[in-house]
Design a protein around this ligand. Structure first.
Ligand code: SAJ
Length: 414
């Protein structure tokens, strides 16, 4: 029997799209991976990758070598289209769907009757219906689910990714998947695709429910991290050790306080809750407050570091870590970058250590901050600010910190 999906086209070859494309290709489907970033496309064509993620290089290399994965800058016809492009937010914390819209515009010319379009990008509730509307404007020769329901020529579904950077290939296959369709048939067809590639269960629902499920997962985590961050500020005020307080409270069988830190980063948890706030501003008070608590944390750390600077004539400050969490190279929405940038507004001698990148991000380019190796950095430091709990920093011999003013925002050197 002919397989349901012989060809797939994945739009966006970033942290989600590239692993997804490679895994689908590894299941024997011919995959066209599309990205506007020509450098990324050229690297993938050679079987290489442009991001840091364990084992992804081997998988992509294998998929390209067998011819099952081809990278290009333009979509081509396929049985299923998967949209995995970023959904940033604007300055006013409003969702910006420009990349999703551009993806819809790119696939519209190659769409054919019986195609399935799946949105994976984290999106505000109603986005899948919106994409259906955009596609219908561009292709009046085809019918779409918002017009023709189950009889539509094209099926549209929403299925959020929920993988953790650093464990993407494992979680992409093992995690359960929520699959929301604009109609039950759309959902069932999308579930059919995911059942080919995942070991977890597929839970079928509507597109709107699936959109809110994704946002709720990340808002839930943000609220819980905000609790930990607020507790850390309370402990600062009361001169108590937040790590000890949390550790002891967590001995209660129904308490699980997360870890405080320098703030919440990454392109998901620091962004997605705003999509809920934007859709239901009067109701989403806790979610909005949690965002504000987490966003206030970098400012607290900057203030504490600058206060410590006053005890030195010209302190040398070493900031350890720029990525938003441990052992990855992702600097997006990183509180560490923000903290270093703001310290550099008031202090002059600042070095940053980030073992996972080779150059400073644009936000630090004109600040005078130097990117240095760990070995060179610690000897001469007066103030050490630990911002990311990379394995290299956990391995630091505590003796090398003796006599220095240390801000351990992750609690790794307790
Ligand atoms: N953080 C803390 N304290 C904690 C846990 C995390 O300060 O106890 C900070 C991290 O340092 C980081 C930020 O929160 O700055 C987010 O890190 P994370 O590991 O919690 O999550 P992400 O952003 O890497 O991935 C999240 C995951 N969502 C949930 O766990 C609910 C992942 O499953 C999603 O797929 C991903 O967002 C996404 O793409 O949406």
């Amino acid at each position: 029997m002919k397989p349901a999906f012989e060809t797939a086209c994945v739009i966006g070859l970033g942290y989600i799209g590239l692993p997804t494309a490679a895994i689908i290709a590894s299941r024997g489907v011919s995959v066209i991976g599309v990205d506007v970033n020509k450098r990324a496309v050229d690297l993938i064509k050679k079987g290489q990758i442009h991001i840091v993620e364990p084992d992804l290089d081997t998988l992509v290399n294998g998929a390209v070598a067998t011819g099952k994965l081809k990278a290009t800058t333009e979509p081509a016809r396929a049985d299923v289209f998967i949209v995995a492009v970023p959904t940033p937010f604007t300055d006013g914390n409003k969702p910006d769907l420009k990349y999703v819209r551009a993806a819809a515009e790119a696939i519209a010319p190659v769409l054919e009757k019986d195609n399935l379009v799946i949105i994976e990008s984290t999106s505000p509730v109603g986005t899948t219906e919106q994409v259906s509307g955009w596609l219908a404007e561009l292709r009046d020769d085809l019918t779409f689910p918002h017009q023709a329901g189950e009889e539509a020529d094209i099926c549209l579904a929403y299925s959020p990714e929920r993988v953790l950077p650093g464990r993407i290939l494992i979680e992409l296959v093992r995690n359960d998947r929520v699959v929301g369709g604009m109609t039950p048939r759309c959902a069932e067809r999308a579930a059919q695709l995911y059942r080919m590639i995942i070991e977890g269960e597929c839970f079928v629902t509507t597109a709107r429910t699936a959109e809110l499920v994704k946002l709720s997962e990340n808002a839930f985590r943000d609220v819980n991290i905000a609790f930990a961050n607020e507790l850390s500020m309370i402990c600062d005020r009361l001169d108590l050790d937040v790590w000890e307080v949390a550790e002891l409270a967590n001995r209660h069988p129904r308490v699980e306080i997360l870890k405080p830190g320098p703030g919440v980063g990454g392109h998901c948890i620091a962004v997605d809750p705003w999509f809920i706030v934007d859709s239901a501003p009067e109701e989403a008070t806790l979610i909005r407050t949690a965002r504000n608590v987490n966003d206030a944390k970098p400012g607290r750390i900057v203030a504490n570091v600058l206060e410590a600077c006053e005890r030195f004539a010209q302190p040398r400050i070493v900031c350890l870590g720029l990525s938003y969490k441990a052992d990855i190279d992702d600097l997006r929405e990183s509180p560490a970058v923000e903290i270093v940038r703001r310290i550099a507004e008031s202090a002059t001698d600042i070095a940053a250590v980030e073992p996972n990148v080779t150059e400073l991000p644009d936000a630090l380019a004109e600040t005078g901050v130097k990117l240095v190796d760990l070995d060179d950095a610690l000897d001469t430091a007066d103030i050490v600010v630990l911002l990311t709990d990379h394995r290299e920093f956990k391995a630091i011999d505590r003796k090398s910190l003796a006599g220095k003013t240390v801000f351990d925002t992750r609690g790794i050197w307790r």
